[in-house]
Each structure stands twice: as C-alpha cells, then as structure tokens.
Design a protein around this ligand. Structure first.
Ligand code: FAD
Length: 465
C-alpha cells in the first residue's frame, strides 16, 4: 500500500533527490522532466565537450546519507575535496586560505555525473516512474475528489495525469511556482545582479607523465583570481582539467568584443590563468559559451495546502557565491521529509509547517550568497579581512563549539540552520570588529610613539604570529 501519489516536476538534482526521499517513505512517485534523459547517447554527445562542476558540501552530503548511506558513498567516491581556497594575485603568486578549522573540505563534482548517478538510483526504484520530454503546462488544484490534475506537453500533444500532490523542483524559472502564484497570495521578488558569468576551461597538464601531475595547479583548492570588480574561479575535474568561471559586470563582457580585447584583458588581469588555459581555449569559450545571468528569487509561502509545494531553485534561486544552491535544495528535501514524519504523513500540515519554518533559513542563505560575492572578488585580499579571519579562527580554537566561523557553520555544520548561523555570526562579528579596531588603533599609536618603520602588514603578522 502506498501513502499516495506524488508528482515531482523537474528531474534535475533536487527533483531526483526528492523522488528518492518520497519513495523511501512509501509514496508512489511520478517524476517528470521537460528535457530528454541526460544519459541518452545523443545527450551525452551533445554535452561531452563541457565538464561543469559544482561544490557539494555537508548539507548536501547529509541529505544523501539521509536517503541512503551507499548513495552518499557513491557520490563521495567521485569528488575532489577542496580544503582551502587558493588566491592568485596579479603576479601569479598563490596563497592558500583554509576553509575549515580542522581540514574540512567542500567537494568538486561533475554536475552531469551527479545528475546521471541520481537518475540511475531513481531507475532502480519500483515505485518511481520517470517521464522525459514531459513539460508541465497546466495545473488544476481543484480537480474532482480533491486531487491535482496536471497537463504536460509531450511530443506536441497534451497529456494529463492525476495525482495527490505536486512537488515543483523545476528550477529558477519554475512553471509550478507560476501555477502556485495564481492560487496562493504569494510574496515574490526576483533580483538580477548586474554581473554575468561565463564558463571557461583549463585543460589537463600537457606535461603530465603520471596520474598525480595531471592537474596544472592544485586540484584540492578552489582557485580564485579576485580582481575587485570581477573575478575568475576554477574547480578541478577528475580528468586533470578545471572548469573555470569568469564573473564580471555585463558591461565588461560587452566591451570584450574582439579577440584582441579578450586576450589583452587576460594578459592584463589574469596572466597566469591565460598561460594555463591557452589563447585558443579562451577564445573558443568566449565564442561558444553563453553568458549566464545571476538571479536571486525569494518567495513565501511555498505551498498550497497539501496540494503543491516548491523546493530547490524553484523556491529560492541564489547567486552561486556560497556554493549552496544545490546543497540548500537537498536540505529542503531532508527538512520536508523530517516534518512529514513528525506529522505522521499528514501532507497538508507538513507543507504548511515547512512554509512557515523554512522561510527564515532560505532568506538567510540567499542574502549570505549575495554578500559572499564581495568577499570573494574583493575582501579576500584586504589586510583587515585577513586580520578578522585570523582573529575569528583564534577565537574558534579557544572557545571550541561556542564560537564557529560563519563559513564553517554554513558549509560544514548541517546541524546549524542558516538563520541560526547568521544570528551567531552577527554577535561574533561585532566582537571581532572591536578587536580589530583595538589592534589597528594600538598599531597606529605604536607607530607614532616609536616612529618605527614597520609596515602595517608586519604589525599585523607580529600581533598574530
Ligand atoms: P535545476 O537544476 O534548474 O533543475 C530543474 C529541472 O526542471 C531541469 O532539469 C529542467 O529541465 C526541469 N524543468 C523546468 N521546467 C520544467 C517543466 N515545465 N516541466 C518539466 N520539467 C521542467 N550549487 C551548489 O550547491 N554548489 C555549487 O558549487 C554551485 N555552483 C553553481 C555555479 C553556477 C555558475 C550556477 C549558475 C549555479 C551553481 N549552483 C551551485 C546552484 C545549483 O546549480 C542549483 O542550485 C541547482 O542546480 C538547483 O537544482 P534544481 O534541481 O532545483 O533546479
């Protein structure tokens, strides 16, 4: 006996995880995807020239474990742990900044590989049936018998399904959300930032002679080239290559309108990355890859009674600078299913409670992600920022669990909800700021008094060494 039929729209990363979680709890799941199966040979051939990765961290892994330990192990067997960020300056110097206090890591994984792995997992579940090339076009939440009637477009024709509940995991431009908005007084806002992104590529080390040296730079770092108004990042792939992404204002991309300007821009701003990528690879990426926009979406509530709920990017797309979009979407599933169990599978009560309690956490991570852009492209090279980080780390070591750096709470502590992390950070930040002011003021007074010729950075290192 199943507990009812749930339709999940979107077989992306979050939709697949939601399908596995509902199935595990005894529901019959119909999983709909507007695109073809990404494992089909023509789809693999179509995307084989690009390897796009993302960072999976503790919240994502915790959810995979919640579904099945073996699934989490399969995912972790194909990641490259990144224990620190590597900051590249204009001269090509590299400085490593640890992410965690105890060697914790976020993990680079191939996005397509992860999606295929999750679909393979979905395939072996008898109670999940997947429909590709089925695009949700209409939802009737008042169908007979209290059911939900969904219309999909399939090979140019409408096709109708009736289910007990609809879970929208159909991404940032969610159709489910639009349907929900017609039936619910939903507060909604969407903010585009004035920056775009472009995917670039660093090939495997051409001089490689063994498996160990196939990467030209460290595979266990998230590489950043912060240049204040714009930046470049790179995450390693298992084959020795790196997926790199350039983030910059739209205007900056528009001005790079010739090959000479593109190469000139890299010579001036990212000379070491230019060497790693090669001119032809850079130009190919600029010519072939689209510029992506970056959008934050906030809304509430996320549900219509027990009939429909949205999760993942459909409910909260965020700019990618905290590496939390997917991790947070996975966490949505774990939080939702925990509430469902607590409410003894009363779906309406569960969706209502989820909407009420989850909103503050989602707003927190959306805002944190936005703020982290400034940190990554600008602050990471400022002396004050480095001093704050150092003090933050010292206090965390002294006070153990009572003091945790924000990055640790967000990326490595799934037991601390996002809003709680922000609450704790607000208090900690005020304390760190006072200490920094004290250190800087004493340094200035010290400088005047002893008329020393020490530079500011040596003072800082003296204080903290
Ligand atoms: P999606 O991945 O968008 O999947 C939605 C699915 O729904 C798609 O398959 C789509 O085809 C399908 N669909 C859409 N409409 C319909 C319809 N009408 N009918 C049927 N199916 C439909 N997150 C991290 O956690 N770590 C990172 O390091 C990270 N890096 C990122 C880097 C960049 C440059 C960007 C842009 C994002 C990054 N993210 C990262 C965010 C992450 O990609 C998203 O949060 C995640 O993909 C959201 O998954 P989702 O399943 O909710 O939505």
């Amino acid at each position: 006996m199943t507990k009812g039929t749930v339709a999940i729209v979107g077989a992306g990363l979050v939709g697949c995880v939601a399908a596995l979680a509902f199935e595990k709890k005894g529901y019959k799941v119909l999983l709909f995807e507007s695109r073809p199966d990404c494992r089909s040979p023509d789809q693999i051939a179509k995307y084989s020239f690009r390897s796009i990765n993302l960072a999976v961290s503790a919240r994502g892994i915790e959810t995979l474990r919640f579904i099945d330990d073996k699934l989490a192990e399969k995912v972790l067997a194909n990641v490259l742990p990144m224990h620190a960020r590597m900051v590249h300056d204009l001269k090509g110097n590299q400085v490593s900044q640890d992410y965690g206090l105890n060697g914790e890591a976020i993990n680079s994984i191939d996005r397509a590989y992860l999606n295929r792995l999750l679909l393979d997992e979905v395939d072996i579940k008898n109670n999940i049936k997947t429909y590709y090339n089925h695009k949700l076009v209409a939802s009737d939440f008042e169908a007979e018998g209290g059911r939900v009637m969904l219309t999909f477009e399939h090979e140019g024709k409408p096709i109708i399904f009736e289910v007990d509940s609809l879970v929208g995991a159909d991404g940032a431009y969610s159709t489910t959300r639009k349907h929900l908005q017609r039936n619910v007084r939903m507060n909604f806002s969407q903010d585009y930032i004035d920056h775009a992104y472009l995917e670039l590529y660093i090939p495997p080390n051409p001089a490689s002679v063994s498996n160990e040296d196939k990467w030209s730079i460290s595979p266990n770092h998230l590489h950043i080239w912060p240049r204040h108004a714009f930046m470049l990042i790179a995450l390693a792939n298992l084959d020795g290559s790196f997926t790199s992404t350039m983030f910059a204002p739209w205007k900056c991309f528009e001005e790079l309108d010739s090959d000479d300007k593109i190469i000139g821009f890299f010579e001036q701003n990212f000379p070491d990355a230019l060497k790693l990528m090669g001119k032809d690879t850079i130009l190919n990426s600029f010519h072939q890859n689209p510029r992506g926009s970056l959008v934050s979406t906030k809304c509430n509530p996320y549900n219509l009674a027990g009939k429909c709920i949205i999760i993942g990017d459909a409910a909260h797309s965020m700019v990618p600078f905290y590496g939390q979009g997917m991790n947070c979407g996975f966490e949505d599933v774990r939080v939702l299913i925990n509430i469902l169990e607590k409410n003894e599978f009363n779906i309406q009560q569960t969706y209502d409670e989820y909407s009420m309690t989850r909103n503050k956490d989602l707003l927190s991570i959306i805002d944190l992600s936005m703020n982290n852009y400034t940190e990554m492209r600008h602050s990471v090279v400022s002396n004050t920022y480095l001093l704050r980080k150092k003090i933050d780390g010292i206090l965390a070591r002294v006070f153990k669990n009572k003091w945790l750096p924000l990055y640790t709470m967000v990326s490595f502590r799934p037991d601390i909800m996002y809003s709680e992390a922000v609450r704790r950070e607000t208090r900690q930040k005020a304390i760190v700021r006072s200490i920094v002011n004290l250190v800087q003021n004493s340094a200035i007074i010290g400088l005047v008094l002893i008329a020393s010729r020490l530079t500011r950075s040596t003072i800082i290192s003296k204080f903290l060494s």
